[in-house]
Ligand binder design. Structure first.
Ligand code: TYD
Ligand code: MG
Length: 455
């Protein structure tokens, strides 16, 4: 082997580096994820990071001397995305958008390009996955794109960075990082060293030229290509695009954000003309809710700063086999088992010989403990085969002793319920302090689960 070249093993899942092969990664505990990659000892990935464009060393500056006016954010024209980003795109930031293949990352970013081009700003869309004609076809579906958007199909990293330096766009899109390839690195495209090198180069371009760069990264479970996880520490913002590929809604979540909160979510709906924003997710989630159906309860979960109302459905029926089945779609199955145990012991419901199925309508996933009370009441309602009424919502955390514990932001949840026309709110008694009288809504404070069920 040539001098100066050594081989290193990388975990393709989390990027852990090791000098020898291992069956299980000590960092992320995944099996069979180590792949040998050649790295040249002379130049480790991103080694020129400390230098400016001309290669000169930078000087330290006083914090007071740094001007802040460069921080003006660019709107993407998509309100839900702007909110998740913390109010728009910061110039010179590197944003990673991860998600399963086919979830809609390219579609979302093409829509961003369209809006930015419509605002007469320069965008460069670099695709390593699709041909120009394919992108054109997609663009036809989402609508007219202005002339200040340029397209390039390229996978060679040198070509990509030269084009960015020449064109100096305001915003640049790299679709996807796993297709980018640097000739200086011996391993295959999509491997940890390639993906890291490409991100290092893009990071340098973003910071030195003040270009905001969006990077698309496919999440891969089989470990064949390095996923976005290995890059999370390098970029400014990490967004994950998720949702059921068969359902039409999509949720954008911030996992890391140097310029905003990570609690916010953006909700979209995939239409045949691209992604459409869903500004009021509660309305969307409750669409098609049956009236006065037993086993159906509306609960409220906080997603970032927004309360979202969801319908919880429960069905119980006699077990055909010895062991009862418990399945939960959209929430944690262990939590449901726990709630069933509490209902048995503390409320005297005989669920031991019954199957229980829980579903959160709309296919959304909710794991906040505040939905506990809703789930427990849905099971109790299904058990008694009695509807709890249409205009009622419930929230609260259920403890093992059957007590109902306080949740955060109770008032906001109540106001959301009121906005959607609900009349009664069942809530933890401990939340009653600090809540002012709210007109047009009846508050039912409860202390224990048994009390809630009686109500
Ligand atoms: P895409 O953006 O290509 O996904 P990714 O880049 O994350 O791999 O999304 C492709 C899916 O979206 C595909 O299954 C078709 C669907 N789609 C629509 O339903 N409507 C549309 O207007 C577009 C452009 C795509
Ligand atoms: Mg794509």
């Amino acid at each position: 082997m040539a001098k100066g070249v050594k081989t290193v093993f990388f975990c393709q899942n989390c990027g852990y580096e090791s000098s020898k092969w291992m069956g299980q990664c000590p960092a992320c505990r995944e099996w069979n994820t180590f792949v040998e990659e050649r790295v040249s000892a002379a130049k480790s990935p991103g080694s020129a990071k400390g230098r400016g464009p001309a290669g000169e060393r930078r000087k330290p500056v006083r914090i007071r001397d740094i001007s802040l006016d460069e921080e003006t954010r660019t709107g993407t024209g998509i309100g839900e995305l702007d909110r998740v980003l913390g109010g728009g795109v910061v110039p010179g930031s590197l944003i990673l958008i991860g998600g399963d293949p086919g979830i809609g990352k390219s579609t979302l970013l093409l829509q961003v390009c369209r809006n930015i081009a419509a605002a007469e700003r320069r965008v460069l869309y670099i695709s390593g996955e699709e041909s120009l004609a394919q992108i054109r076809m997609r663009a036809e579906r989402i609508g007219e794109i202005g002339d200040s958007m340029l397209l390039l199909t390229e996978t060679d990293l040198t070509g990509v960075s030269e084009t960015i330096e020449r064109e100096r766009p305001d915003v640049c899109i790299i679709d996807s990082i796993q297709t980018m390839y640097s000739g200086e690195i011996a391993s295959a495209p999509g491997s940890v060293s390639q993906v890291r090198e490409a991100t290092g180069v893009l990071l340098r371009l973003a910071k030195t030229l003040g270009i905001s760069i969006f990077i698309v990264g496919h999440v891969t479970k089989d470990g064949a290509v390095a996923g976005p996880r290995v890059l999370e520490h390098m970029v400014d913002t990490v967004l994950y695009f998720e949702g059921d590929r068969h359902a039409s809604y999509r949720i954008l979540r911030a996992v890391k954000n140097r310029f905003g909160s990570t609690n916010e979510i953006g909700v979209f709906e995939m239409r045949d003309s691209g992604l459409r924003e869903v500004p009021n997710p509660s309305e969307y989630m409750l669409d098609g809710k049956p009236e006065n159906a037993p086993g159906s309860v509306v609960a409220c979960s906080m997603e970032g700063s927004r309360p979202v109302l969801i319908e919880i459905q429960a069905l119980v029926c006699r077990t055909n086999f010895g062991l009862p089945r418990r399945t939960a779609a959209g929430t944690d199955a262990n939590r449901v088992n726990l709630l069933i145990a509490v209902l048995e012991r503390r409320c005297g419901l005989k669920l031991g010989e019954l199957d229980a199925y829980i579903n959160i309508a709309g296919g959304i996933r909710m794991t906040e403990p505040a939905v506990d009370l809703g789930i427990a009441m849905a099971i109790a309602s299904a058990y008694a085969d009695r509807a709890i009424g249409d205009r009622v919502i419930a929230f609260g955390e259920v403890g093992l002793g059957g007590e109902i514990r306080a949740v955060s932001q109770a008032e906001q949840r109540i106001l959301e319920a009121k906005k959607l026309g609900f009349e009664t709110v069942v809530l933890p008694k401990a939340n009653m302090k600090g809540i002012k009288e709210i007109k047009g809504i009846r508050l039912v404070p409860v202390e224990t689960l048994a009390e809630a069920i009686r109500v």
